[in-house]
Design a protein around this ligand. Structure first.
Ligand code: SF4
Length: 232
């Protein structure tokens, strides 16, 4: 392409951009906004979403899973607990938090909060078990997150207890570790992005409590804040 043609093309491009900006200003937009990508699951209800997840092959974990662990509990729950990924027991039974860590979570809910486990909703960031309980990989989290985001949008809890770093960092869009995050409420997602956004309470994962029983005291403090918030 010669210089004259290049210049002509450049000027055309500038004119197109100017036209677009003018149009946006006339429509009342004062900032340029990126087009929102709609979730592939935006029209599915909880049962349809679960059915879709049962056949999911979006990431490599489908090849090694025994079951898809979608989530359990009250679809109208005020409180959701969200962990990292299914372990061996969960992978066998198809239900989140049923192993030793799950028993501890059930105790926190039933003995601590005095609520039946069936009254809350429990899920994980990943719906399939990473082999050998290794950490979730970024591409797996990215592929699976539309399921969790749709679960949250459908259940519309008032509070989400994020169990451990992975859940807290994903829900709060941060790289800060759980020790610094825990104990303080923050709104779900980017601030101001959603009206009536659930509040996130990050706390330690029950599996961490099995290794560090002393941290139970801090988790109990966090849970008491959740109970006080729900009672307001
Ligand atoms: S982990 Fe999530 S994205 Fe990956 S196969 Fe399972 S359901 Fe699909």
């Amino acid at each position: 392409m010669n210089r004259a043609n290049l210049k002509k093309e450049y000027l055309q491009l500038v004119a197109t951009v100017r036209e677009y900006v003018q149009e946006q200003l006339e429509l009342g937009f004062t900032e340029l906004q990126e087009p929102q990508q709609e979730s592939p699951y935006a029209t599915l209800d909880l049962l349809q979403l679960d059915a879709d997840a049962q056949g999911c092959t979006r990431c490599g974990l489908h090849a090694t899973r025994n079951t898809v662990v979608f989530g359990v509990g009250n679809p109208n729950a005020d409180i959701m607990f969200i962990g990292e990924a299914p372990g061996a027991d969960e992978d066998r039974q198809g239900e989140p938090f049923v192993g030793r860590a799950g028993k501890l979570l059930t105790d926190i809910i039933e003995k601590g909060m005095q609520m039946p486990r069936a009254d809350v909703y429990i899920a994980n960031v990943l719906k399939c078990r990473p082999p050998g309980n290794r950490n979730p990989q970024p591409d797996e989290v990215e592929m699976c997150r539309p399921y969790l985001e749709r679960q949250i949008a459908l259940i519309q809890p008032k509070v989400i207890v994020a169990l451990g770093s992975f859940a807290a960092q994903l829900l709060l869009n941060t790289k800060t570790g759980i020790t610094a995050l825990r104990g303080e409420f923050q709104p779900y997602g980017v601030a101001g992005q959603r009206e009536n956004a659930p509040m996130i309470m990050p706390t330690y994962h029950p599996a961490y409590l099995l290794r560090n029983p002393k941290a139970k005291r801090e988790v109990w403090e966090d849970i008491q804040k959740v109970m006080a918030f729900l009672a307001e």
